[in-house]
Design a binder for this molecule. Structure first.
Ligand code: BES
Ligand code: MN
Ligand code: ZN
Length: 475
């Protein structure tokens, strides 16, 4: 890991072992590595006209600095931002700018080397030093950002791990380890407890696998837990899809679509990362995360297409397609959270459909909610944090496609049509959403993996941890 430090000093006051990053007004692709007469290095990098730099391009150039430092095998770099020169950024305030800097430096330094047996051929970037950090408030905002970025990296580690090494029970152990010395607590429902709670959908998805399903619950009472004498605020509920590997089940996925499905618990991993961040930061809010985890495996015990299962809510579901498993486990997770915690708002995140990628490409996740205010808030926070979201409707017109002949509901369109596949997932979940509580569904399949534009390591992105932390802080 790269150390990320701050100093009050400016470029002229720091040792020459740091390669100084000079941001110029050249085109963003332009760069030069210069060796000065005293032997020290200077990396000059174009960011375009300073006055045209937006929050979006700011995030990208922060990541590009780290990316370039790695490519040039620099071991120590120093950054000194002259914020007043960037007129658009300057209006946003130091708190947001230094938090964003911390988040994106932490995200950009991340690499996943768990399965590499050889040491890196190139020297590792050892340290990033941010100069000119003069006030305690700026330092604090920056360190909040680093904490959030690091928490997103925890989510990336979980998602990048193979299905074999991150089965449901291994995800349980990993979660317990993450929260071992934390003020957040972890509760687990094993297969027997899941049966006892009548979570028939989580049970049916997990029953084909050797390592059975679990329900992971993380509680964080930052605003104080309710007691008999004193009622505190109802919690925010986060529900994350925790499919540790998705083979598709008996409706098996084709080659080329299956190997990435060790990342199918990215929603659950993001909830773990988010809880880690808010517990570390000591945010004064009550938040619970519910992560139904299972492996969608193929065996003689797997659920069959056409099987009908009874959800925790009591509604019966015809499983027309065994590869639409995420919505099944989430549905029971949502019912569990509603029944046991009566939350004041509910957000779920899931790598739910390939159709979301067809709709949006790989730059934004889809947000679906009937609550206009919640939708606007989330889209706005996406823009602010970089975990971009774009809305799709949950209109009643779409309801009829899931009306099953034999059960209350089917898990895909009864005519097997593929149109509006992303919305269909949201519509299915809407049957299990709490009645009066605002609820939003995030289909994060588009952001499961990084793209070239991201300037991040290949693999998991850790989205939408940044967005959820900010949402919790301000809701
Ligand atoms: N986990 C997949 C969705 C997915 C696909 C995530 C690609 C990330 C990248 C999900 O469980 C799934 O298989 N969905 C099906 C739904 C269909 C059967 C209605 C899909 O997208 O094909
Ligand atoms: Mn699937
Ligand atoms: Zn899946």
């Amino acid at each position: 890991m790269t150390k990320i430090n701050t100093t009050e000093k400016t470029f002229t006051e720091i040792p020459s072992k740091y390669c100084q990053i000079i941001l110029t007004e050249d085109k963003p692709a332009w760069h030069r590595l210069v060796e000065k007469t005293d032997g020290s290095l200077e990396y000059r990098m174009g960011v375009g006209k300073y006055e045209a730099v937006t929050l979006r391009s700011y995030r990208t150039f922060i990541r590009s600095i780290v990316h370039a430092a790695k490519q040039h095998q620099l071991d120590r770099i120093a950054i000194n931002l002259d914020i007043p020169a960037y007129s658009i950024l300057a209006t946003l305030g130091d708190e947001l700018l230094f938090r964003t800097l911390g988040e994106n430096l932490a995200l950009a330094q991340y690499e996943f080397r768990k399965y590499k047996t050889t040491k890196k051929e190139t020297a590792m970037l050892q340290e990033i030093l941010v100069c000119g950090v003069k006030t305690a408030t700026i330092k604090q905002s920056f360190s909040v950002g680093v904490t959030i970025g690091t928490s997103a990296n925890i989510a990336r580690d979980i998602a990048n791990t193979c299905g074999e090494d991150m089965t449901p029970s291994k995800l349980v152990s990993a979660t317990k380890a993450i929260f071992k010395n934390s003020c957040a607590t972890v509760k687990i429902l094993n297969k027997t407890a899941i049966k006892k709670e009548k979570m028939g959908l989580l049970e049916v998805v997990g029953k084909g696998a050797n390592d059975g399903p679990n329900l992971i619950i993380i509680e964080y009472w930052g605003a104080g837990k309710s007691t008999k004498s004193k009622k505190t605020e109802a919690p925010i509920a986060l529900i994350g899809k925790g499919i540790t590997f998705d083979s598709g089940g008996l409706n098996v996925k084709p080659a080329g679509s299956m190997h990435e499905m060790h990342m199918d618990m990215s929603g659950g991993a993001a909830m773990i990362g988010t809880m880690h961040a808010i517990a570390t930061l000591g945010i004064k809010k009550n938040v619970i995360a519910v992560i139904p985890t299972a492996e969608n495996a193929i065996s003689r015990d797997s659920m069959r297409a056409g099987d009908i299962a009874i959800s925790m809510s009591g509604k019966t579901v015809e499983i027309l397609h065994t590869d639409a498993e995420g919505r099944l486990v989430l549905a029971d997770g949502m019912t569990y959270a509603t029944k046991h915690y009566q939350p004041r708002v509910m957000i779920d995140a899931a790598t739910l459909t390939g159709a979301s990628l067809v709709a949006l490409g790989s730059f934004a996740s889809a947000v679906m909610t009937k609550d206009k205010e919640l939708s606007d808030t989330l889209v706005q926070l996406g823009e602010e944090t970089g975990d971009l979201l774009w809305p799709l409707p949950l209109w009643d017109e779409y309801l009829q496609s899931l009306k099953s002949t034999r059960a209350d509901l089917s898990n895909i369109a009864t005519n097997f049509a593929r149109e509006a596949g992303c919305i269909e997932g949201g519509i299915f979940l809407s049957h299990f959403a709490p009645k009066k509580t605002p609820w939003a569904h995030l289909d994060i399949a588009p952001r499961m993996e990084s793209n070239a534009h991201d300037k991040l390591a290949k693999g998991a992105t850790g989205e939408p941890v940044r967005l959820l932390v900010k949402f919790i802080e301000q809701y």
